[in-house]
Design a protein around this ligand. Sequence first.
Ligand code: ISJ
Length: 427
Amino acid sequence: MARAPLGAEHAGSPTQWLLSTPRATLVARGGDRLSAPIGPGQFAALAGAAESALRAGPAGAVVVGAIPFDETTTRAHLLLTRVERRAHQPGRRPHAVAMALQEADRPPWPPAATAGPPLPRVEDPPPAAYLSAVRDALAEIRGGTVTKVVLARTLHVSLPEGRSYRELASALVSSLARREPTAHLFSVTVSRPHPDAAGAVLVGATPETLLRRSGDLLTVTPLAGSIARDPDPAVDRARATSLLRSAKDRDEHRHVVDALQRLLAPLCRTLDIPAAPRLHATSRLWHLSTPIRARLRRPAPSSLALACVLHPTPAVCGTPTRRAAALVRAVEPVPRRYFSGLVGWMDQSGDGHWVIALRCGEADPRGLRLYAGAGIVRGSLPDAELAETGTKLATMLGALDDAHGAAPAPPSPADPLPATSPTGAPR
Ligand SMILES: C=C(O[C@@H]1C=C(C(=O)O)C=C[C@H]1O)C(=O)O
């Protein structure tokens, strides 16, 4: 495996991996691929391979990439590389992202002055099938097979005429940088979704960090339990309060925190878990969030090893994990691939940051597939879960409108766009 200059020779190449937090934008343009066979144990093998590659690599080497939801169906995409880092003030992120993209990628096409014709789109599963999957999941919950399962649906949108999927991905991440000031943005070249595809790009704006490790300090920030925001500030506040008080959502959230506590306790000297969740806002949704802080026992596992222990949490899969994952595989008609997997980086000390790939889509030569899921627990209402996934899909649909429709008019965090139609189907 070539060891040097680890991506420096790729200056001027298209972005392979981009992760932009509100404070800094990181980009990798090339590198050496690390992989492990698809199947049980893929994630653990990858963590080991990443640790050895970093030990043997030159100073400054980093492992970056995307890890799928399910290690038994999809290959992870990890690179040993170097990253360029641009620190920025919160309001300056769109500029930093545009600079990172324009140095090498074809610049995103300018937004059209008038809306283009609507792009053909297909909901998969259709709303009626999703509702019936939620009802079936509720029957499984009543029967005791699982206590929580997260069910996803997808929306496939054709590419605008004459646009490549890479151009579309650049346009989407640029738009998300304006629209989602508190989100973590990502754009990652991933493995081919089907034999005739040259490649694919996973792009999104997630609100959820799985973990950050800095030395022996570990922070884990699960989200679970959601409600759509409202343009009217009074209604918006009332919704936030009702989410905080909702027994169903507190229950949905507790499953995630309990699972994390169980997995983390043996690895930590101290584990600080707030007794009650707090609110986290995106431009369109309120979520329940629990910021967990821990001090790891030494020798501290690497951030990727930790991520592989925790992933997939009940925030995106369910509980118990194996049964929920089996139900997801059996019920969802479209494989998740990298949706609700992980995107992140790890350095040579094992420190790193891994976010959960949510509010995202995968662009390839056939089009853009958007994904969204919702946690189902006892007391969940199928129509409300459909509407919630519609609100989640709207994050990417708004960015797509910027790219394809009239000039962008980004919502401010306090002024969300109405996110779903009355039936819950995304606009
Ligand atoms: C599955 C998604 O989000 C996850 C599920 C949530 C929920 O069910 O309330 C909230 C945040 C995420 O952990 C998604 O955005 O598609």
